[in-house]
Each structure stands twice: as structure tokens, then as C-alpha cells.
Design a protein around this ligand. Sequence first.
Ligand code: ADP
Length: 152
Amino acid sequence: MKKIAVFPGSFDPITLGHVAVMNRAVPLFDQLIIAIGDNADKKHMFPLEQRKKWILDIFKDQPKITVAIYNGLTVDFCKKTNAQFILRGLRTSADFEFERSIAQVNRRLAPEVDTLFILTEAKYTPVSSSIVRDIIRNGGDISEFVPEEVRF
Ligand code: ADP
């Protein structure tokens, strides 16, 4: 059976922290679906299609990675795509507490889907999409936090 993982997130925008987790996950799975959540309740800076295009550009030479936009429950998206795993990145203990409850609830909803975590590289611990958005809003330089494909 093909090992398929879904990496759900907002990726608004994708950062070098996300990319590092994705690159480390590639050897573990046959297919890695980067799934951008279409969450109407969440305020975003960049349109979904723009976020998707950046990720496609970054991984154009990585056939194991595909990119999708989804709405609804992540576990339902996993069932639809036959993914057995949800992948998430962990930076801090605050991330852990947040991720723990989501993963435990997801397991109740869909016991056949397991959540796996990759601990971020130390240098990317302080990097988040929300900090990148703050820097953009205030006219700062984001080049050391995002891949070069992220241009606007
Ligand atoms: P969400 O809105 O679901 O939190 P994000 O795009 O902010 O979406 O994050 C998606 C996933 O990437 C989460 O598991 C998050 O913890 C992880 N992540 C975010 N930034 C980093 C980073 N710098 N290093 C490792 N993982 C990260």
C-alpha cells in the first residue's frame, strides 16, 4: 500500500520552516499532499491560488509532493485522498499543546489516520507565517524567512 501523508496548513505564506519539514518528510512517504485549508473564518493575507502556486514552484522538481486546496475536516480530506497520515511541524511546547488536542480529536474521528510530528530545526523555531505577515505589513525584509519563490 502506498504511504500517503497530508500536510495541512494555511501556508500564508509558506516559510523556510515549513519547507524544511516537508523536505524531511519526503523520504518517509510515497506521496506528500500539501493541503491548504480554505478556512473562511481565518483572515488571510494571500489568496489561496497564490499560496498554492508558490508551493508548486518550490517543489516543481519533487514528484512526490502535490498541492491541494481543501475545505471541511482534515480527516475527511485524508479519507478522500486515501492518506493514512497527517503531518504537522512542532516548534515549541505551545505548538505541542495545540497540536496534541487536534491530533487526539482527529484520532477519535478517524482512528485509521495517524498524526506524525516533525520537530523543527532550531534555526527555524522562531519563524512563523504570522511573523512574516507582520514584517510585510511593516515594510521589512522577509528574504531570510521564506523561499525565494515567495515574491509578490
Ligand atoms: P495552521 O494555520 O494550520 O497553523 P500554518 O501554515 O501556520 O497552518 O502551519 C502549518 C504547520 O506547519 C503546523 O503544524 C505548524 O506547527 C508548522 N510550522 C509552522 N511554522 C513552522 C516552522 N518554522 N518550523 C516547523 N514547523 C512549522
